[in-house]
Design a protein around this ligand. Structure first.
Ligand SMILES: [Zn+2]
Length: 246
């Protein structure tokens, strides 16, 4: 059990570190190859500067050369990566063959939710990474079920057609398809969509109430779709039993 936890946490920290690169570079269409630099002094980071989490602790949160503070978001995103993989381990009862693709899917979901929240854009490459991991995960636990993906795509494609692209973006259609593939059955996808709207409505009311959001301000929906799917991955069977006792 402990070796599994260690492997999953380490994988998660490395992918979380990769998320930091993707979050910074993907929206600018920058190449994701190439060495990272300190955003303040521009010095090229070496291996000892980029060990996930440990570098941040060694360097006490400051650039090795210019001592400029490193944003706390870097280690937080790395920890989110570790959390994604550990959560996948827990959901799959530590069956490594399913835990790794599920961890990758959760990692892709977290990364694209952060990018969408910041830029209102979902990079297609991230949705593709999610769809492939979801398909591999489904293959490790049985035969893939497509009804969730069909429901997700139809639900958003219909809104997109009716509103001529005003209510939802094309990125939401693809994301809903990939999440549907991960969840499998249309029943899970249906409660996942309901959970997304409930979480979205609650959070937006709170943010409006606190003045962090203005009326008519556009809010990215991707993070709520992701949050709904995470709730269903963790508690879907329980929620379905409560909602449909038969
Ligand atoms: Zn620096």
């Amino acid at each position: 059990m402990w070796p599994f936890l260690f492997v999953l946490a380490t994988l998660g920290l490395c992918f979380g570190s990769f998320s930091n690169v993707l979050i910074a570079r993907m929206p600018q269409d920058e190449s994701i190859g190439g060495r990272s630099r300190c955003p303040h002094c521009g010095h090229t980071l070496s291996v000892r500067d980029i060990v996930p989490l440990l570098s941040f602790l060694w360097l006490q949160g400051k650039c090795r050369l210019c001592r400029d503070p490193i944003a706390l978001t870097y280690p937080v995103v790395e920890l989110l990566g570790a959390l994604a993989f550990l959560c996948a381990g827990w959901i799959t009862s530590f069956q490594m063959i399913s835990a790794v693709p599920l961890g990758l899917a959760l990692w892709a979901m977290t990364t694209l939710a952060i990018i969408d929240a910041r830029t209102q854009m979902i990079p297609d490459m991230m949705t593709l990474a999610l769809a492939v991991s979801a398909l591999v995960y489904q293959l490790t636990i049985g035969t893939p079920v497509w009804s969730g993906a069909i429901l997700g795509v139809s639900f958003f494609a219909l809104q997109w057609i009716v509103s001529r692209g005003a209510w939802v973006g094309s990125g939401d259609i693809l994301l809903a398809g990939a999440l549907g593939l991960l969840l499998g059955s249309w029943r899970y996808m249906l409660v996942s969509l309901m959970a997304s709207y409930i979480i979205g409505a609650l959070l937006v009311s709170v943010l409006l109430g606190l003045g962090y959001l203005k009326r008519n301000q556009h809010v990215a929906f991707g993070p709520f779709l992701v949050a709904g799917a995470v709730v269903i991955l963790i508690a879907g069977d329980w929620i379905l039993r409560v909602m449909l006792p038969l």
